[in-house]
Design a protein around this ligand. Structure first.
Ligand code: RUQ
Ligand code: CUA
Ligand code: CA
Length: 645
């Protein structure tokens, strides 16, 4: 392994809080600005060299690379990756890093016909004329439903930052089944499901999904440059119905979201407590906050009618501003002070701590949840005493993962590194034990890492085997392909004391967050059930054309290598609804259905039904053909649409 400078342990941060903090903040602010500027021009290559990885692997017992699977070997973890601007969620196998599936959510997809079939359009949302309301998206954060502190394989959720939407994915079929838009929210960023109910101990599974609003806007929205009138809302959705339960009006904004294992607390880091509209205003304060939500109290307040509504939204909004939450015993929210523009809030798998990374401060802040609850009970006088460590980690700390053995792994954006640090030792150091060496290891990553996660990290079953790092810049790591570079998802072995880089994986822009968990936690189905679809054509004999004025319904089925109708006839200008059920029952036997000149193409999986509605075009013959390779007679699998004048 290459030599690298011994990590510098902080000296002044705890012993001389005022002076020390100031020094760090000033240095960090400068470094932050320099770093941002650098990121816009030329990215400095961090000290790492490609040669260090194999050498390190050899040093690591010389074992074969654990991320290289032999042909036919299955990955041991499922990974769910957000796709960013592609508006989807991607399913990766870990440790190989192989992409297995993309699940379209917010953006149309030409393979499955997402955004083209009537069923997917109903999920995505249409305008009065039947066209899609939005055809773009920006997914960042994907998280899955819990039971007993571990994933239960029911659902995953992902945010769309642009249009403030939450998509739910059914993890039995790996499809998006519901999308909800948050009212009065812009820039919906962090998302996290709860892990239990704060009141009913029998509910030890996810029933709520929390969503953080990042950009403040006037409530209700109107044209004004006066940012003092702008507000952010924190939202809670029902995990089953996907309807809004309540929102909280805040001072400052929300960024990422975390939830406690007992269901009592949710939290969001706030980088813009200043309420600034320009970046220099957003970074003008020395400290920002991590805001904690007392879920039980908020729901009691909603029940008691202590809320407002804004604009046309009927969603109850409780008051979470500073002014309304001074008294701990009645407070709905608590603002814990955290250094300059924190980014990321992550829950440790032992259930004890939330960790905020400093971003513009080189520090990690450890907040003890029991103490936050004490404050709400009136048993802790100063809320900021819930901070049990605030230690230096390196430049540009963003997100933190855990190995279940007491160690945290934080990405350092500006240093292009991951730092491994021991949480209890950091707490001891903060308490005054200056011999406590909390930094365990550092590794160079390539380059400028954002999100990070470890196997099972955000569950009670964190197993500390692998770490994935989402590097925002790939630069020289792959063959050049013009100006748009891929991102570099790196995988690191964290089973030992030292981190070992196992592999680079180029990914199409722009994944943000991801989770990965044991494959045993999911039980996907390979074939649909006909009854899942109310409009299923259950028997080929039901095939045919029915007419109701200008509205025509075409029902047909597929069974390799044929569609049930050899031809069907419609008239120019007809509004045609075509319903196709795939009667094949064999796993992996998917068919496609395309009609030239009519912008129709979609797939039907075994026992699946889909429908499309289109206007029949100019008179003529249109060969409808199977677009998904299914059979030796795939090319011959066709039908004819005859359009008459
Ligand atoms: S946060 S830019 Cu996930 Cu680090 Cu969205
Ligand atoms: Cu059916 Cu190709
Ligand atoms: Ca700030």
């Amino acid at each position: 392994m290459q030599d690298r400078p011994t990590p510098v342990q902080p000296s002044a941060v705890d012993t001389q809080p005022e002076l020390g903090r100031r020094r760090f903040f000033n240095a960090a602010a400068l470094a932050g600005v320099a770093g941002l500027a650098a990121a816009c021009t030329e990215k400095p290559v961090a000290g790492g060299s490609a040669a260090s990885a194999p050498a390190a692997a050899a040093a690591h017992g010389g074992a074969a690379n654990a991320s290289h699977l032999k042909p036919g070997e299955l990955d041991t973890y499922y990974g769910l990756w957000s796709g960013g601007h592609t508006g989807d969620v991607r399913v990766l196998g870990i440790p190989s890093g192989r992409e297995i599936l993309r699940i379209p959510c917010f953006v149309p997809d030409a393979l499955v016909g997402w955004g083209h079939t009537n069923e997917s359009k109903a999920v995505m949302g249409t305008k009065a004329d039947g066209t899609l309301r939005y055809t773009i998206g920006d997914t960042h954060h994907v998280h899955a439903s819990y039971k007993d502190g571990n994933y239960d394989g029911r659902y995953a959720w992902v945010n769309d930052k642009i249009n403030s939407r939450v998509a739910r994915i059914r993890l039995d079929y790996f499809v998006c089944d519901k999308i909800t838009q948050l009212p009065n929210v812009q820039g919906f960023h962090g998302i996290f499901p709860d892990k239990a109910d704060p009141v009913d101990p029998a509910i030890n599974y996810t029933t709520r999904v929390f969503a953080g609003g990042e950009f403040g806007i006037p409530l209700p929205n109107k044209a004004t440059l006066d940012e003092k009138q702008y507000r952010s809302l924190f939202s809670c959705l029902d995990a089953e119905t996907m309807e809004l339960r309540w929102q909280v009006l805040l001072d400052g904004n929300c960024d990422l979201v975390a939830t406690s294992y007992d269901g009592k607390l949710a939290a969001s880091n706030q980088y813009n407590t200043e309420g600034g509209a320009k970046y220099e205003d957003m970074m003008s304060a020395e400290r920002d906050a991590c805001v904690f939500f007392n879920v039980a109290r908020i729901e009691a307040a909603v029940k008691a009618g202590q809320f407002k509504t804004y604009g046309s939204s009927k969603v109850p909004v409780v008051d979470g501003t500073h002014a309304a939450n001074k008294d701990a015993k009645t407070a709905l929210v608590a603002y814990v002070s955290v250094p300059k523009n924190p980014h990321g809030v992550n829950a440790s798998p032992d259930g004890k701590y939330f960790i905020c990374a400093g971003k513009l401060s080189p520090t990690g802040t450890v907040i003890e949840l029991a103490k936050v609850l004490d404050w709400f009970e009136g048993k802790l006088e100063k809320l900021d005493d819930a901070i049990v460590a605030e230690v230096e980690l390196g430049l540009g700390p963003l997100h933190t993962a855990f190995d279940g053995r007491g160690n945290a792994y934080t990405t350092l954006f500006l240093d292009s590194q991951v730092v491994k640090w021991n949480v209890e030792k950091a707490i001891a150091f903060h308490k005054g034990d200056k011999t406590a060496k909390y930094v365990v290891d550092r590794i160079d990553v390539h380059y400028q890492p954002g999100h990070i996660n470890a196997s099972q990290s955000e569950t009670k079953a964190a197993d500390g085997k692998f770490l994935c790092v989402g590097c925002k810049f790939a630069k020289d790591r792959f063959l050049p392909v013009g100006p748009l570079h891929p991102e570099n998802e790196q995988i690191i072995d964290i089973s030992g004391e030292k981190m070992v880089l196992l592999g680079d994986h180029p990914v199409r822009g722009e994944p943000h967050d991801f989770i990965f968990f044991k494959r045993e936690l999911l039980k996907p189905k390979a074939v649909y059930e006909l009854d899942e679809f109310p409009n299923a054509v259950k028997d080929a004999k039901e095939s045919g054309v029915t007419r109701n004025g200008k509205k025509v319904t075409v029902k047909l089925t597929s069974l390799a290598p044929a569609f049930s109708l050899r031809e069907f006839t419609v008239k120019k200008g007809d509004e045609v609804t075509l319903i196709l059920t795939n009667l094949d029952k064999v796993q992996d036997l998917t068919h496609g259905f395309a009609i030239p000149g009519h912008n129709v193409n979609f797939i039907v999986n075994p026992q699946e039904t889909k429908s499309v509605t289109f206007t029949a075009g100019e008179p003529g013959v249109y060969w409808c053909y199977c677009t998904h390779f299914c059979h030796a007679l795939h090319l011959e699998m066709r039908t004819r649409m005859i359009v008459e004048a």
